[in-house]
Design a protein around this ligand. Structure first.
Ligand code: F6P
Length: 548
C-alpha cells in the first residue's frame, strides 16, 4: 500500500508556529548570550537534557523559553510524532523510491518484531548477525585461511559513500577495542592511488577483501574490486583463490555472485536500509571483524537505546528532536549556512566526514515530498575537524569572522590516553564554547592594557551558539547512541522541511555524465558536439597532457 503523507496544512512558511518564530526572531537576533546568562542564573540547568549516557548542554544557544516552546509547537504542527511512528512501523516513508527506511530494525533486539509485508524482519536481521559473527570469529581466531594456508590478517574494505564512511568512521572511533594483530584498510576512491596505497606492503595470500555495495553496481567499487581480483590473482593465476580472499556485502546477491564471489561469502543487506544508514547492517562487517561480535552487539544496543528514546520521550526532553529543532532555528531564521561538528576526541576524527553524507545526502533537497519547490532553506552544510587541531586553523573565522556558525562540541570524560593530557584537551573544549558564547568586549580588552589601535582587532563579539555533548567514555555503545542521535536529528529536520530524507536523486546525473565522458578520454575521436565547449576543451587538454 502506498504511503500517505500525513497532511501538513497550510504549507510550512504559512504555519502559525513558523510565522510566530519569524516574529520572535526579530527580537531574538538582538539578544546576546552574555545577557541571556546574566538574566537567568538557572539557564544551564534549564537548557539541558540527558539520554543513553549522552549529556546535552544547549544553554549556549540564542534561545529562551519562548523559542523552545515555538519550535516544539512547530514540530507538533508538522506532525513529527506521526512521522516517527510511520518510520518505526515500516511505512514506505521514502516515497520517491516507495521504500521503508527501517535502519531502526537493524538494532532491534530479537524479542521485538517488526513486520514488513508480513515478514518479521528482526528475525532476518539476527540471522544475518549470526552469520557475520561466525565469519568474524573464524577470521579473528585465525581459522580463516588464505589460499596458501596462511591465516588472513589484512582486511581491506572496498566501498564508497555509505559503504565506506560508516566502516571507516567506526573503525577509527573504536580502534581502542580493535584486535591489534589484524590490519584494516579502506579503499573508496576510483583514483587508483587509493587502492595502490591500501595494498602497499601487504601479502596477497594473507589479505581478505570485503566488497561492500548495496547495489553492486557502483562504478568506483566495481573498478576497485576488479583491481583487487587482479592483485590477488597476480602470481597464482588461479581464479579459485577468490573464494578464500573475497567476501561481499550487498542487497544484490546475484550481482555479487556474477562478479565471482561465492554465494556463501555474500552477506545480505536489506533493500529497506539506505546506504548512509547502514553501518550497523552487514556493511559493518569490517567493524565486527575489528572489535568482535560482542562489542558490535553492544554498539547496536547503543543505537537501539537512542531509537527508543527518540520514539518515546516527550519532545521537550528528546535529544534528537531538540538538536534537530535548534538546527532549524539557525538555518531558517538566522540564515546560518553551516553547522560545525567539533569532536574533542581523536578517535572521532572521521565523524565529521561521516556526518556529511548522513546530513547532506539526506536533507540536501529542493522539493517537498509531493514535488513542490521549497521557499525556505533546507539542509545546512556540515563540516568539522577534531579539536584542538581546528583551533589552530579555522576557529579564527568562527570567533571573529562575519558568519554565524552554530557548533556541536563533543567530548568524553574518560580516555585511554594520559589523564593529564585529557584535562588539557577537555579544558580546550570548554574554553572554546565559552569564548564563542561570551567573547571579550572592548572594555575587557582595554582593561588588559591593549594599545588603543589594537583594541578593535582583539575584540571577540561572542554570541556564537553551540551545543555541547558530553559522555563518560567513547565505547561501542556510546558510539551507537551518538550516531543514532544524529540520524534522528536529521529525520526531525527533514520532517519539518517536508523533504524525502531517504532518497538521493541528485547524485545520478554526475554518474551518467561520467559514463559518457570516459570513452572520449580514452579514444581519439573528436568529443561529440552535444558536449558543451568547456567540457570539450577540457577533454582535449587532458588527452594532450596524459600519457597515451
Ligand atoms: O552515489 C550515492 C550512493 O548511492 C550512496 O547513497 C551510497 O551510500 C553510495 O552511493 C554507495 O552505493 P552502493 O553501496 O550501492 O555501492
Amino acid at each position: 500500500m502506498a504511503y500517505t503523507i500525513p497532511a501538513v496544512q497550510p504549507s510550512l512558511t504559512r504555519q502559525p508556529a513558523w510565522k510566530a518564530l519569524h516574529e520572535h526572531y526579530r527580537a531574538a537576533r538582538h539578544w546576546h548570550l552574555r545577557q541571556l546568562f546574566a538574566e537567568n542564573p538557572k539557564r544551564a540547568e534549564q537548557f539541558r537534557a540527558q539520554a543513553c549516557g549522552l549529556y546535552l548542554d544547549y544553554s549556549k544557544n540564542r534561545i529562551n523559553d519562548e523559542t523552545v516552546r515555538l519550535l516544539l509547537q512547530l514540530a507538533r504542527d508538522c506532525r513529527l510524532d506521526e512521522h516517527i511512528e510511520a518510520m518505526f512501523k515500516g511505512r514506505k516513508i521514502n516515497v520517491t523510491e516507495q521504500r521503508a527506511a527501517l535502519h531502526i530494525a537493524l538494532r532491534a533486539p530479537l524479542e521485538e518484531s517488526i513486520l514488513l509485508d508480513g515478514v518479521d524482519i528482526v528475525r532476518q536481521v539476527h540471522a544475518e548477525l549470526e552469520r557475520m559473527s561466525r565469519f568474524a570469529n573464524a577470521v579473528r581466531r585465525k581459522e580463516w585461511l588464505g589460499h596458501t594456508g596462511k591465516p588472513v590478517r589484512n582486511i581491506i574494505n572496498i566501498g564508497i559513500g555509505g559503504s565506506d564512511l560508516g566502516p571507516v568512521m567506526a573503525f577509527e572511533a573504536l580502534r581502542n577495542f580493535s584486535q591489534r594483530d589484524l590490519v584494516f584498510r579502506f579503499v573508496s576512491n576510483v583514483d587508483g592511488t587509493d587502492f595502490a596505497e591500501a595494498t602497499r606492503g601487504l601479502a596477497a595470500d594473507e589479505t581478505l577483501f570485503i566488497v561492500c555495495s548495496k547495489t553492486f553496481k557502483t562504478l568506483e567499487t566495481l573498478t576497485n574490486a576488479n583491481a583487487a581480483r587482479q592483485w590477488i590473482m597476480a602470481g597464482t593465476g588461479d581464479s579459485g583463490v577468490t573464494a578464500r580472499h573475497f567476501v561481499a556485502v550487498s542487497a544484490n546477491v546475484k550481482g555479487a555472485i556474477e562478479f565471482g564471489i561465492e554465494g556463501s561469502n555474500v552477506f545480505g543487506m536489506p533493500e529497506w536500509d539506505g546506504g548512509r544508514y547502514s553501518m550497523d547492517s552487514a556493511v559493518g562487517l569490517s567493524t565486527m571483524l575489528s572489535i568482535g561480535p560482542e562489542n558490535f552487539r553492544s554498539m547496536l544496543s547503543g543505537f537501539h537505546a537512542m531509537d527508543k528514546h527518540f520514539r518515546t520521550t516527550p519532545f521537550e526532553r528528546n535529544l534528537p528532536v531538540l538538536m534537530g529543532l535548534l538546527t532549524i532555528w539557525y538555518n531558517n531564521f538566522f540564515n546560518a549556512q553551516t553547522v560545525a561538528v567539533l569532536p574533542y576526541e581523536q578517535y572521532l576524527k572521521r565523524f565529521p566526514a561521516y556526518l556529511q553524507q548522513l546530513t547532506m545526502e539526506s536533507n540536501g533537497k529542493h522539493v517537498t515530498l509531493d514535488g513542490a519547490s521549497v521557499d525556505y532553506q533546507t539542509g545546512p552544510i556540515y563540516w568539522g575537524e577534531p579539536g584542538t587541531n581546528g583551533q589552530h586553523s579555522f576557529y579564527q573565522l568562527i570567533h571573529q569572522g562575519t558568519k554565524l556558525i552554530p557548533c556541536d562540541f563533543i567530548g568524553f570524560c574518560q580516555t585511554v590516553s594520559s589523564v593529564r593530557q585529557h584535562s588539557i584537551l577537555i579544558a580546550n573544549l570548554f574554553a572554546q564554547s565559552r569564548a564563542l558564547a561570551f567573547g571579550e568586549n572592548a572594555d575587557d580588552v582595554r582593561a588588559q592594557g591593549t594599545a588603543p589601535a589594537l583594541v578593535p582587532h582583539r575584540v571577540l563579539e561572542g554570541n556564537q551558539p553551540s551545543n555541547t555533548l558530553l559522555a563518560r567514555k567513547l565505547t561501542p555503545s556510546t558510539l551507537g547512541s551518538l550516531v543514532a542521535l544524529y540520524e534522528h536529528s536529521v529525520f526531525t529536520q527533514g520532517i519539518i522541511w517536508g523533504v524525502d530524507s531517504f532518497d538521493q536523486w541528485g547524485v545520478e546525473l554526475g554518474k551518467k555524465l561520467a559514463g559518457q565522458i570516459i570513452p572520449h578520454l580514452e579514444g581519439r575521436d573528436e568529443p561529440p558536439r552535444e558536449f558543451d565547449g568547456s567540457t570539450r576543451a577540457l577533454i582535449e587538454i587532458y588527452r594532450r597532457l596524459s600519457p597515451r
